[in-house]
Design a protein around this ligand. Structure first.
Ligand SMILES: C[S@@+](CC[C@H](N)C(=O)[O-])C[C@H]1O[C@@H](n2cnc3c(N)ncnc32)[C@H](O)[C@@H]1O
Length: 250
């Protein structure tokens, strides 16, 4: 099956270097994850492997990146050949992630909103739940349901432009345009509310869901100034949640 990502894997490689990704997304995600030392980690929808590699560099014992797009996986594997870290890449649907486990941690960075229906979102969450060891954690980052949706230019300073087609309902078609210094790519995805995510996570077996606002890395403030980020933090484009699989019964 081909994917929209097959055609722009190379351009995507430049988008992952945007300041907002480095200083907000990766920083917030790694803060939420805490110490990954010696943990087995699965990064679902790994794309070009940027998060998978960060986790391995931070000391993960096993780092596996899973994605459906051959183009994205080729780019990820190419980086692994150029600069080996021991990351494994697997072509598979998130809904079928269970067989790869057990993992101590699962991450999903801008992946879950690709689900186009509540059933598909629940199937993804179920695959993640099955891939986790008892007591394992799942941390995800994705667009905030309260992002500045009526003001598409709001995030232009950060290289992002997002719009939702129609009402702000779960699974509404959404377009995200990412602009780098020399390229632009538009991703078709879907809008999801907090309650839409929570319903899918509960259907998959997760109980307690904790929401976290994104933060800016101190290096990002130093590099670009507090004023640059204050606009973003007033209405963050990103939002995170974390949840834990129930520990095994004694
Ligand atoms: C926006 S990209 C994010 C890539 C990476 N996580 C990052 O933050 O740079 C979304 C990725 O999710 C993958 N994806 C979407 N639905 C998937 C599914 N059901 N199973 C596996 N991968 C999926 C796409 O192929 C794409 O590489």
């Amino acid at each position: 099956m081909s994917s929209q990502y097959d055609s722009f894997a190379n351009t995507y490689g430049r988008a992952v270097a945007l300041d907002v990704r480095r200083y907000v997304d990766y920083f917030s995600l790694t803060r939420a994850l805490g110490d990954v030392g010696d943990k087995a980690v699965l990064d679902v929808g790994c794309g070009t492997g940027v998060i998978t590699r960060i986790l391995k560099q931070r000391g993960a014992r096993r780092g596996v990146g899973l994605d459906l797009s051959e183009g994205m996986l080729d780019a990820a594997r190419g980086e692994e050949v150029r600069s080996p870290l021991g990351v494994e890449y697997v072509r598979r649907d998130i809904a079928d992630a269970g067989a790869l486990g057990p993992f101590d941690l699962v991450t999903a960075c801008y992946v879950l909103p690709h689900a186009s229906s509540p059933d598909q979102l629940a199937a993804m969450c179920r695959g993640i739940h099955e891939a986790l060891a008892p007591g394992g954690r799942f941390v995800a980052i994705h667009p905030n349901d309260a992002f500045a949706v009526n003001d598409p230019a709001f995030y232009s300073a950060y290289g992002l432009r997002a719009s939702v087609d129609g009402r702000l309902d779960d699974a509404a078609p959404m377009k995200v345009t990412v602009t780098t210094v020399d390229a632009e790519l538009t991703i078709s995805t879907h809008y999801w509310t907090r309650s839409g995510y929570e319903a899918a996570l509960r259907r998959a077996g997760f109980r307690e869901i904790r929401w976290r606002s994104p933060e800016v890395a101190p290096e990002g403030i130093e590099a670009l100034g507090e004023a640059f980020w204050s606009n973003y933090l007033a209405r963050p484009y990103a939002m995170l949640f974390e949840c834990t699989k129930e520990p095994a019964q004694r």
